[in-house]
Design a protein around this ligand. Structure first.
Ligand code: HEM
Length: 84
């Protein structure tokens, strides 16, 4: 099972310096080492750091992109938490 990461932890990692975490479909990806080679540009990725970027991701990519990069970029999955 992959590492469980809380929504707060994701939120705190919103810059390349601190670690650029993004959520796609409940999985957490660490993008800081990838921003400079992202074909869609660094800026757009930095803007979604610390956030759920599922909607933006599926707008521009398909499943094969995730398959290709998940081994390198995926660091865990979003922890299920009780909602108040
Ligand atoms: C795991 C995360 C991501 C990976 C591995 C990734 C990878 C890639 C790759 C390989 C391409 C080249 C086109 C392709 O092969 O489909 C691309 C293009 C692009 N990506 Fe990403 N990307 C990620 C997340 C995102 C996110 C979150 C956004 C938006 C906020 C984004 C926006 C774009 C845009 C705008 C393009 C250019 C599309 C075009 O020129 O038609 N990407 N990305």
């Amino acid at each position: 099972m992959s590492k469980q990461i809380s929504a707060n932890e994701v939120k705190e990692h919103n810059t390349v310096e601190k670690g650029l975490y993004i959520i796609i479909d409940g999985n957490v990806y660490e993008m800081s080492g990838f921003v400079d080679e992202h074909p869609g540009g660094a800026k757009i990725l930095k803007r979604v750091g610390g956030k759920d970027a599922s909607k933006q991701f599926w707008k521009y990519h398909n499943e094969s992109v995730l398959k290709k990069y998940q081994e390198r970029l995926k660091i865990g999955s979003l922890k299920e938490e009780a909602k108040l």
